[in-house]
Design a protein around this ligand. Structure first.
Ligand SMILES: *Cc1c(COP(=O)(O)O)cnc(C)c1O
Length: 386
């Protein structure tokens, strides 16, 4: 086995795709400290700046005074009333009758999809859906059709050709895509879902807290919550906490409590994590300025990059700047790092050939000056590189 592993690692290294774990000493307030050096952080998912919010920290601190954990699965020992409170809150927030808390987004997606779908079913999935969705589909054993990213024409074609061969069908998509920063055409997907008699599941990991009234997400913003059967999302991005949720009707909830293996066979989240998630929802609902400020800054940066002739994708707080070859994404990130900015290169095979990019993710904590300096250096790099 060691020989196979070594050969694999050698190849990764040759292809410049070997990954390692970066050690971060501090992250928050739009900054990150790595190996004693402080950078402006354009790589974090702390979109609303809640990770270092004092109100949140206080509420987590006081929750931990009552003890740390539940020590077992909720089905074994019973969950805390805090879990139920968070579930009621999420159900209201997402405009659904019920909700269930999961230990992470990854566990939610693999657990929900594999519990709801069986071998005899089929699943239609956007080509850029998150790995946890893909793994859930694989685990379910259902037939699997990928439609081109945000391409409802292609989805319709596949539905027309395949839907009738199966009894149950599920369509699944992210609402805001994490690598492209663009938004799914939910209204059209809902139309297709209704026409072809499918269930629809959406992943709002990156949209929750950022889009929609009170940060309720894109399903609410586009007015289609009632047509979506499963609205899933995480507490780990804009809400600066940990864990995930899914909102649906009581039938789905009851079924998943009884069948979803990643829910049943895992210890429930500890008190202080749940308290933090509740605090984040309270803050997000009250403080429109965070969401509005973030999206204003994103709009500004995107506009400026486009005006300078950069190939910029998306329509959100996630701003991918396409650099072409893998090498370019790496050199741009290295250049920015040298100037004190932390950004992430995203390379093939994560994205298509010649669409390597840096992924700039904005935070409410970024100032106009930080953004203007980033712009300056991205432009400088291009003049040097060409
Ligand atoms: C981050 C992410 C997940 C996984 O959530 P975790 O809580 O980090 O496990 C699932 N789906 C999408 C779209 C994500 O971006």
């Amino acid at each position: 086995m060691e020989r196979r592993i070594s050969a694999f690692l050698e190849k990764r290294k040759r292809d410049e795709l070997l990954r390692h774990l970066e050690q971060v000493e501090f992250r928050g307030k739009g900054k990150v400290t790595i190996q004693g050096k402080e950078y402006i952080d354009f790589s974090s998912n702390d979109y609303l700046g809640l990770a270092s919010n004092q109100d949140m920290i206080e509420r987590i601190r006081s929750a931990v005074l009552d003890g740390t954990a539940v020590s077992a699965s909720r089905l074994m020992t019973g969950g805390l009333s805090l879990h139920h409170r968070l579930e009621e809150k999420i159900a209201r927030f997402k405009n659904k009758p019920a909700a269930l808390i999961f230990n992470s987004g990854y566990q939610a997606n693999i657990g929900i999809i594999s519990a709801l779908c069986e071998k005899e079913d089929c699943i239609f999935s956007d080509r850029l859906n998150h790995a946890s969705i893909i793994d859930g589909i694989r685990l379910s054993g259902a037939s699997f059709f990928r439609f081109r990213h945000n391409d409802t024409g292609h989805l319709k074609e596949l539905l027309e050709k395949e839907r009738a061969k199966f009894r149950n069908a599920l369509i699944v998509t992210e609402t805001l895509f994490s690598m492209d920063g663009d938004i799914a055409p939910l209204n059209e997907i809902v139309e297709l879902k209704n026409k072809y008699g499918c269930k629809l599941m959406v992943d709002e990991a990156h949209a929750t807290g950022v889009f929609g009234p009170e940060g309720r997400g894109l399903a609410e913003q586009k007015g289609v919550s009632q047509d979506i059967d499963i609205i899933m999302g995480t507490f780990s991005k804009a809400l600066a906490g940990f864990g995930a949720y899914a909102a649906f009707d009581n039938l789905f909830k009851q079924y998943l409590v009884n069948t979803c293996r990643s829910f049943i066979y895992s210890t429930a989240l500890p008190t202080f994590v749940i308290a933090g998630n509740i605090a984040a929802l309270d803050i997000v609902s009250k403080e429109d300025k965070r969401r509005e400020g973030l999206l204003f800054k994103a709009c500004y940066l995107r506009k400026e990059l486009l005006a300078k002739g950069f190939d910029v994708r998306g329509e959100s707080q996630i701003i991918p700047v396409i650099t072409g070859e893998n090498r370019n994404a790496l050199t741009l990130c290295a250049y920015l790092k040298d100037k004190g900015f932390w950004t992430l290169p995203v390379r093939t095979p994560t994205v298509p050939v010649n669409e390597s990019r840096i992924r700039i993710s904005l935070s409410y904590d970024h100032t106009r000056e930080m953004i203007d300096n980033l712009l300056l250096y991205v432009n400088e790099w291009r003049e040097d590189a060409l």
